[in-house]
Design a protein around this ligand. Structure first.
Ligand code: SAM
Length: 234
C-alpha cells in the first residue's frame, strides 16, 4: 500500500478515509493484520494494523523489508492524447521504470491541459501493482520547445521518429549507457517539421525507429520504453 507518510521502525501511520475503506471494508483486514507499505522514499516496510474502523485506522511500522530501489534516471516525454490512452501511457511508464513522466505540449498536440493529480494517482496505482518502492513524478503539462530550450547537457534523448527507417537499436554508444536519458514520443498528428528539425539538431539526440509501421502514440511509448530497457535498463 502506498502512503504519503514517513516510514520507520515504530512509526505510526494514520490512514485516510479512502485507505481505511479499502483495507477494512473491501479487503476485510482487521487489527493485527500485517501489510507492506511504501512511500516512494523510505523503501518497503512491514506494518501491523493497530486501529481499524470504517473511516480511519492506524498502522505501526515493524521492519524494513526492502530498501528504496531507484529506477534508472529515465524521463518519458509524451504529448497527451485521448484521456484513457494518456492514463495508459502513464501507467506503462511507471510499470516500466521511468523515473519522471513529462506530458509535453507540441504544435499538433490536441489537448492543452491534463489532470496532473489524476495522472499521478495512476502512477501510484501502477507502482503498487508492480511491487515498486518508487513512484515516478508526473510533471505538469509544459511546452516541448521550452524543455528543449533548457535541455540538460548530459541527458541523452531517444527521439522516436516514425519517418526514420532504421534499426530500433541504433542507439548511442555504451558511453551513453551511464548517462541520464529521456524518450520523446509525438502526438497523434506527429511532430511538426520544425520540431523534427529541432529534435534532430539537439546534440544529445539519438533518432530511433520502432519499426516500419506507424504506431499509435501509446503503443510507441511502450515499444520505446522496452527498447530502452533492453539496452540500458536496470
Ligand atoms: N505523424 C504520424 C502520421 O503519419 O500519422 C503519426 C504519429 S504517431 C501516431 C505518434 C508518435 O509515435 C510519433 O510522433 C513517434 O514519436 C511515435 N512513433 C510511431 N510510430 C513510430 C515508429 N515506427 N518509429 C518511431 N517512432 C514512432
Amino acid at each position: 500500500l502506498y502512503v504519503e507518510h514517513p516510514l520507520g521502525a515504530g512509526q505510526s501511520v494514520p490512514l485516510d478515509r479512502d485507505q481505511a475503506h479499502y483495507l477494512f471494508g473491501v479487503m476485510r483486514q482487521t487489527v493485527g493484520a500485517q501489510l507492506l507499505l511504501f512511500n516512494g522514499e523510505d523503501g518497503e516496510w512491514r506494518a501491523e494494523v493497530a486501529e481499524a474502523s470504517k473511516r480511519s485506522g492506524v498502522l505501526i511500522c515493524q521492519e524494513q523489508t526492502r530498501p528504496l530501489v531507484l529506477p534508472p534516471d529515465l524521463w518519458l516525454l509524451f504529448a497527451p492524447i485521448k484521456k484513457v490512452r494518456t492514463d495508459f501511457i502513464v501507467e506503462k511508464a511507471a510499470e516500466m521504470g521511468a523515473a519522471r513522466i513529462l506530458p509535453v505540449q507540441t504544435e499538433f498536440t490536441n489537448s492543452d491541459r491534463i489532470r496532473q493529480d489524476r495522472l499521478q494517482a495512476h502512477a501510484v496505482e501502477a507502482a503498487e501493482q508492480c511491487g515498486g518502492t518508487y513512484v515516478p513524478e508526473v510533471a505538469d503539462l509544459q511546452k516541448l520547445s521550452r524543455l528543449l530550450d533548457h535541455w540538460p547537457e548530459e541527458r541523452q534523448l531517444m527521439f522516436c521518429d516514425e519517418a526514420e527507417v532504421g534499426s530500433a537499436l541504433a542507439l548511442a554508444s555504451e558511453t551513453a549507457a551511464q548517462a541520464p536519458w529521456a524518450i520523446v514520443i509525438g502526438p497523434e498528428g506527429g511532430f511538426s517539421e520544425a520540431e523534427r528539425k529541432r529534435l534532430h539538431a539537439l546534440p544529445q539526440s539519438h533518432v530511433v525507429s520502432l519499426g516500419p509501421r506507424i504506431l499509435r502514440a501509446d503503443t510507441a511509448a511502450v515499444a520505446a520504453l522496452t527498447v530502452w530497457q533492453q539496452r540500458y535498463g536496470d
